[in-house]
Design a protein around this ligand. Structure first.
Ligand code: NAD
Length: 484
């Protein structure tokens, strides 16, 4: 089944920071892929803006060589690539200077969608917003796209929101959390709210617990300086994992519309209890397997920043009272995987007696790699050997079920950038959501900072520190295996 491609309106998209890592690795390839799929209107244009002194032609040549190097063979198409490069233009700009702005303003067309992607560090967001205003580019219908990190704590997030709000309405601000752009994450909503099957069971009466794991095999080498000021709580939990938790825990919105969905997510964040110190385990990876330790990668031998965190959270609501949400994320772990697992309670009475094969039903939603959803159910083991039970997965890998390949599943950035052009904010975070998430996170961080708590060491290639296993064991539960 090939997905239907509905072309988006003609646009002028300016990428500030067009020569940077995010633009080169994510934004430009995503736009090329949408162009290849036929989703960009004929007159759509992409204007790069950064400090490097490119011309239109030299930037095109640069982008061509990057795409030539990085695109998989089956996505290389000379005609499509030429068409895509023909859309590109470039204006050298220092966000903090004056040069280049009049030229950029002159290039913007009034009668098409105008979008500005802030693919620069957050310290430049204020200057960017201000310059766009001064040069008359913050039209009532234009959109700006901002990346994480959105603030370092509640205070800085509020300041950032206020800075942007000085020149843009909330409906113009697209705060990206690329996890929300993943196919499976949207499928989570389709499964919950498009079927009768799960929603009646989706509560504390039937769900034993929920696990959310985001494990990476990479360390922080190369970006240790940045990461060391942030840590797993700020880098992963406050944004990506919080968003996943919200989508699991939220009440059905009245419609799949931006504010309806975001209102419900906000209620979940506000209903999160403070986390007790005993319910958090922080870790730092040790050296091993030919890799340096976190402390060496961060170039800070005295660092108390965590590269791993596991915690138990509670949502105080009628639906979830008593059902724990276990969150776990770390670097240099055994495998790269992102997964949400909903473990249902056991049947109240087993008519089959105590049987090895009878396990709790688990709905496992895998975000990466191999996006897909699996439901583990108990059935009778085939054959004449009596009533022996066995657990089998009902597997819904999208590729098989829908006859698509992984290639057909749009990358998160492709979907999100198209949503910006379509003017659909459903999969973007609203300012009050981000602030509420910081309001939950800040006291947790402040508590361990005040205790000058040192994270526990864990072996690279493991599932994190021993105490993280204990966090589950003491509740009579186990983490799911971290496997590729
Ligand atoms: P980068 O350092 O690789 O690129 C920054 C870009 O900004 C470059 O093009 C640089 O020329 C430009 N720039 C810097 N100062 C400028 C100025 N004064 N005027 C004009 N241009 C200027 O950074 P990046 O990794 O591409 O990240 C960009 C933003 O995206 C950051 O906010 C980052 O936190 C966020 N982000 C990046 C990633 C990623 O995978 N790289 C992921 C999530 C979020």
């Amino acid at each position: 089944m090939v997905s239907r491609v509905i072309p988006v309106d003609t646009f002028d998209l300016v990428i500030f920071g067009a020569t940077g890592d995010l633009a080169t690795r994510k934004i430009l390839p995503a736009l090329y892929r949408r162009d290849l799929a036929g989703q960009l209107a004929e007159g759509a244009r992409i204007i790069g803006a950064a400090r490097t002194e490119f011309t239109d032609d030299t930037w095109r040549a640069e982008v061509r060589s990057v795409l030539d190097e990085t695109l998989p063979a089956d996505l290389r198409d000379t005609v499509a690539l030429d068409r895509f490069l023909g859309r590109l233009g470039y204006v050298p700009i220092d966000v903090r200077g004056e040069a280049g702005w009049p030229e950029l303003a002159a290039r913007m067309r009034a009668d098409v969608v105008q979008a500005y992607y802030f693919s620069v560090g957050p310290s430049l967001f204020g200057d960017l917003a201000q310059r766009l205003h001064v040069h008359g580019m913050n039209t009532a219908e234009c959109r700006i796209v901002v990346e994480k990190p959105f603030g370092h704590d509640l205070e800085t997030a509020r300041a950032l929101n206020a800075t942007l709000a000085a020149h843009f309405d909330e409906h113009q601000i697209y705060r990206i959390d690329h996890y929300l752009g993943k196919e499976t994450v949207q499928n989570l909503m389709a499964i919950r709210f498009g079927n009768m099957l799960f929603e009646p069971l989706w509560n504390a009466q039937y769900v034993d617990h929920i696990q959310i794991t985001v494990a990476e095999t990479v360390g922080v080498a190369g970006r240790g300086g940045y990461y060391d000021k942030s840590g797993a709580m700020r880098d992963m939990v406050q944004n990506h994992m919080m968003q996943l938790l919200c989508l699991i825990a939220m009440e059905p919105p009245y419609a799949f519309e931006p504010d309806a969905v975001r209102d419900e997510k906000l209620k979940v964040i506000r209903a999160l209890d403070p986390v007790q110190p005993a319910d958090i385990v922080r870790g730092q990876y040790a050296a091993g397997n030919g890799h340096a330790s976190y402390l060496d990668d961060a170039e800070n031998p005295a660092s108390r920043t965590e590269s791993f965190i596991a915690l138990k959270a509670h949502v105080s609501s009628w639906r979830w009272k008593g059902t724990p949400f276990y969150l776990r994320t770390g670097k240099r772990m055994r495998a790269r995987t992102s997964e949400i697992a909903i473990t249902f309670k056991d049947p109240p009475h087993s008519i089959f007696g105590a049987q090895e094969g009878q396990k709790s039903n688990v709905l496992a939603i895998r975000l990466q790699p191999n996006e897909g959803i699996k439901l583990k159910v108990t059935i009778k083991e085939p054959g004449p050997g009596g009533m022996r039970l066995v657990e089998v997965p009902l597997d819904m890998s999208f590729a098989e079920a829908l006859g698509t390949s992984d290639r057909d599943i749009a990358d998160a950035y492709e979907r999100l950038i198209m949503d910006v052009i379509r003017g659909n904010q459903t999969l973007f975070m609203r300012g009050d959501e981000v602030e509420a998430a910081w309001a939950w996170t800040d006291p947790i961080i402040a508590a361990w900072e005040s205790r000058e708590e040192v994270p526990q060491s864990y072996d690279p290639g493991s599932s994190g520190p021993e105490d993280a296993l204990m966090l589950m064991h003491r509740d009579g539960r186990r983490w799911r295996e971290v496997k590729p």
